[in-house]
Design a protein around this ligand. Structure first.
Ligand SMILES: NC(=O)c1ccc[n+]([C@@H]2O[C@H](COP(=O)([O-])OP(=O)(O)OC[C@H]3O[C@@H](n4cnc5c(N)ncnc54)[C@H](OP(=O)(O)O)[C@@H]3O)[C@@H](O)[C@H]2O)c1
Length: 300
């Protein structure tokens, strides 16, 4: 298949009427609602209006608003909580996604499912991962996301699953939001605190604003699974080391965490060629971080 480069304005013109966002009180969902309500009619039901753990509730709400697109962000995204509560988290992360897929298929709604790069945790090799690799996720959250993707394919073949990377924003949108990679980094910088990052941890870290922006193009993707975030050439320690260096800050306060993932490095880096073939591009982790920090702090 020759991939067609997607243009956001064309896609919004084609699809741009009614969009439903689940998990709209979360980190990503709240930013999607804020960005797209200017251009489309956005439905953002809370638990009371649409409980994704109940098929009848999903069917009733979706049947009423009949969205053309559903961006499914609702999930238990805390990996530790999923590990400790596998059954409860499975109900939301897997069964909830299956209900969304079934109802979207029945209504002809294009489903965009927010999956995760944690699917690659446990895969061997140190190269960035491609979507068609055999995977065997090491954690409960990754296993749930993989199973949810499979149900999307089975029950809604035209659905698009986006394997998102760890996301950050310099701005805190909601009171309840915890910090993220960038806010933690900036805080440590301001307080002149020591920073410690693992040397055996390889992952892409992505500006959430680019995810929101590129989502418009994802609406036009053919059904399938896509890595959707920034590639990163470095481990976590090297990423921060280079970030400090490029910004002109001393690297003396940065320490190596040699214990995390020692003997069995975690590599969940993504290869983004598949999405790029459709004109969906993300700058590399370091490049974008330098830009973001540079915009919020004077370069030394
Ligand atoms: N953040 C990341 O770095 C990251 C990275 C990779 C993938 N992802 C995936 O991207 C998606 C969005 O992540 P996020 O960081 O925005 O997550 P989040 O901040 O934890 O938000 C999760 C949302 O899901 C809602 N929710 C939970 N259980 C629900 C239920 N039973 N019915 C309806 N809504 C329910 C929550 O509502 P309440 O607050 O009202 O409970 C909240 O709005 C998730 O699927 C996550 O797994 C995130």
């Amino acid at each position: 298949m020759v991939a067609k480069e997607l243009r956001t304005d064309e896609i919004m013109h084609r699809w741009g009427g009614r969009i439903l966002v689940t998990g709209s009180t979360g980190f990503l969902g709240s930013r999607i609602v804020r960005a797209y309500e200017k251009r489309c009619q956005v439905f953002a039901p809370g638990h009371q209006e649409m409980d994704i753990c109940h098929m009848d509730s999903v069917r009733a709400y979706m049947g009423k608003v009949r969205p053309e697109i559903a961006v499914h962000c609702a999930a238990i995204s805390d990996t530790l909580w999923c590990q400790e509560h596998p059954e409860e988290s499975e109900r939301i992360n897997v069964e909830g996604t299956e209900y969304m897929a079934r109802v979207c298929e029945d209504l002809g709604t294009k489903l965009i499912f927010c999956s995760s790069d944690q699917i690659y945790f446990g895969s061997g090799g140190m190269n960035p991962h491609k979507e068609n690799e055999e995977v065997s996720p090491a954690g409960a959250y990754g296993r749930q996301k993989l199973e949810a993707e499979k149900r999307c394919v089975r029950f809604c073949p035209d659905s698009v699953s986006l394997r998102l990377c760890w996301m950050y924003d310099s701005e805190r949108l909601l009171e309840k939001e915890h910090g993220n990679f960038l806010t933690a980094f900036l805080q440590a910088l301001d307080e002149e605190r020591e920073m410690t990052y693992p040397i055996y941890d390889y992952r892409g870290i992505t500006d959430v604003r680019l995810v929101v922006e590129n989502l418009g193009k994802a609406f036009g993707l053919p059904g399938g699974i896509y890595n959707f975030g920034s590639e990163n050439d470095y481990n976590m320690y090297e990423t921060v080391y280079r970030l400090l260096e490029k910004l002109g800050y001393s690297t003396e306060r940065l320490k190596e965490n040699k214990a995390a993932f020692a003997g069995n490095p975690r590599n969940i880096r993504v290869h983004t060629g598949k999405a790029e073939a459709f004109g969906i591009e993300f700058p590399k982790t370091l490049e974008r971080l330098v830009e973001c920090v540079g915009n919020s702090r004077p370069l030394l």
